[in-house]
Design a protein around this ligand. Structure first.
Ligand code: FES
Length: 164
């Protein structure tokens, strides 16, 4: 005697219920899982134009410090870093923008008006107004922003910042 496959009403209802439950679980669960793990797969854009304010705020020939912060998100971790640049405005309203980080061991340099140089407090290095090394251990000049990384729009100064 041969047996034909036969599904009873109870099995059919169980099958349909299981299928509908699986579909509903996927519809609800997958976006929730994506929401929970998405921070781990995203990195925040680490470059941007930073506004440094009106050019008029910067006196001609006097390096003027501008500090700013950038937050960085890596997965669920968020860090806030502070940066500083010296803006040197020239008589023709062009500008030189220098990092305030010493190229020796990354201490922050200060402008010393009496000597007309930047002084690094860590190992007494000196840098000229153009960032060139005048003395001390630094292996290279202060980092500077190239002309295509500096812009003036409507009298406001911007630098294009790239996080290392
Ligand atoms: S860190 Fe600036 S001279 Fe050493």
């Amino acid at each position: 005697m041969s047996q034909t496959p036969h599904m009873g009403r109870r099995e059919f209802v169980q099958l349909v219920t299981g299928f509908v439950g699986a579909v509903m679980g996927a519809v609800i669960g997958l976006p929730a899982i994506g929401y929970l793990i998405s921070p781990a797969t995203k990195r925040r854009q680490s470059e941007a134009w930073i506004p440094l304010g009106p050019l008029e705020n910067y006196p001609v020939g006097v390096p003027t410090l501008f500090n700013f912060t950038r937050s960085k998100v890596n997965g669920w971790e968020k860090t806030v870093n502070s940066y500083g640049v010296f803006v040197v405005r020239h008589p023709d309203d062009s500008v030189t923008v220098l990092s305030n980080v010493c190229t020796h061991l990354a201490c922050r340099v200060n402008w010393v008006p009496e000597n007309q140089w930047f002084l690094c407090p860590c190992h007494d290095a000196q840098f000229g107004l153009d960032g060139q090394v005048l003395g001390g251990p630094p292996p290279r000049p202060l980092d500077s922003y190239t002309q295509d990384a500096v812009k003036i729009e409507d009298g406001n100064l911007f630098i294009f910042f790239k996080e290392a």
